[in-house]
Design a protein around this ligand. Structure first.
Ligand code: SIN
Length: 295
């Protein structure tokens, strides 16, 4: 197995491995080290069936069950489909607007996702990249003043796009407005530390995103807005050197560490051009915040 960095700041390409085969302990250790060192792995030439993707994913921990069974594969409900494909009856084959704003997966639940694994099944002719931001570097690059201000603070995270002025709802997803309105009522807000000590490396990472972080615990909107603007800037401002933009080749499998990576699906494609990704998610093994603090 060969590990080659794809940029100085984040990402490595992995070649000469077949993830459909049983993974040896040595290969697993090498992959874990590569993930902790490079935060995003681009594993070339993989054609995993949904079941094989689950088998590979489960070596990293217990998988999350996607909340929307409707958008999972026939073979297994543990694999979620992200796709812009619409059936003749108007229903969507997968989640159409998945990941369209900067986020860390499931930071809106008490125990957020640890690792996400995305197998590219069908790439559009153009567009469809995923962008990644190294959140250790994002934290390091903050001014001392902002670092001091956010020390010990908690972000408020919510899954619904309704009420989040920093995001919009895609017109391409059937029923999206009603879906997000229902979520706004049904799903609770949670708090997460704005600075996360990575459970495995112990390094400090910025832990917030324009998609899910809608406020700062204990602060009014007027107080929190300038701080949120300052900590979102190193994520959204791609002139800062924290980013890697991945353009998919056929049969790429990409995995990333949500505890130190923020990412977004860049878009830029449209029907009849189809993008299809199969996504599995390894759940976290601990909460980062005591939710009683917010009560
Ligand atoms: C995601 O946000 O998990 C998916 C990103 C992508 O589809 O590029």
């Amino acid at each position: 197995m060969k590990v080659t960095p794809v940029s100085e700041i984040v990402g490595a390409e992995i070649t000469d491995v077949n993830l459909a085969d049983p993974i040896s302990e040595d290969a697993k250790s090498a992959l874990r080290k590569a993930l902790l060192d490079h935060l995003v792995l681009v594993i070339r030439d993989q054609t995993l069936t949904p079941e094989q993707q689950v088998t590979f994913s489960e070596i990293w921990g217990e998988l999350e069950t996607p909340s929307n069974i409707e958008y999972t594969t026939e073979e297994t409900h543990k694999v979620m489909i992200l796709s812009n494909e619409i059936r003749p009856d108007g229903t969507a084959v997968g989640v159409v607007d998945g990941g369209d704003f900067w986020h860390s997966d499931s930071s809106h639940i008490e125990i957020p996702s640890a690792i996400t694994i995305l197998q590219s099944v069908r790439n559009p002719e153009r567009g469809g990249d995923t962008e990644f931001c190294n959140m250790y570097a994002a934290y390091e690059g903050l001014s001392d003043d902002i670092k001091e201000k956010i020390d010990g603070l908690y972000g408020i995270h919510h899954v619904s796009k309704v009420g989040n002025k920093r995001v919009t709802i895609s017109p391409d997803r059937p029923g999206a407005k009603d879906f997000y309105k229902a979520q706004a009522k049904a799903r609770p807000k949670v708090i997460q530390p704005l600075v996360l000590e990575h459970p495995e490396t112990g390094q400090k990472a910025l832990y917030c995103s324009p998609r899910f972080t809608v406020g700062i615990h204990g602060m009014s909107e007027e107080e929190s807005d300038p701080i949120l603007d300052a900590i979102f800037a190193p994520i959204t401002d791609r002139k800062r050197p924290n980013h890697y933009r991945h353009k998919y080749r056929e049969n790429d499998l990409v995995m990333w560490d949500n505890r130190c990576i923020c990412h977004r699906a860049v878009g830029g494609y449209g029907l009849p051009d189809i993008r299809r990704m199969h996504r599995t998610v390894v759940g976290g093994d601990r909460p980062y915040a005591d939710q009683h603090i917010a009560a």
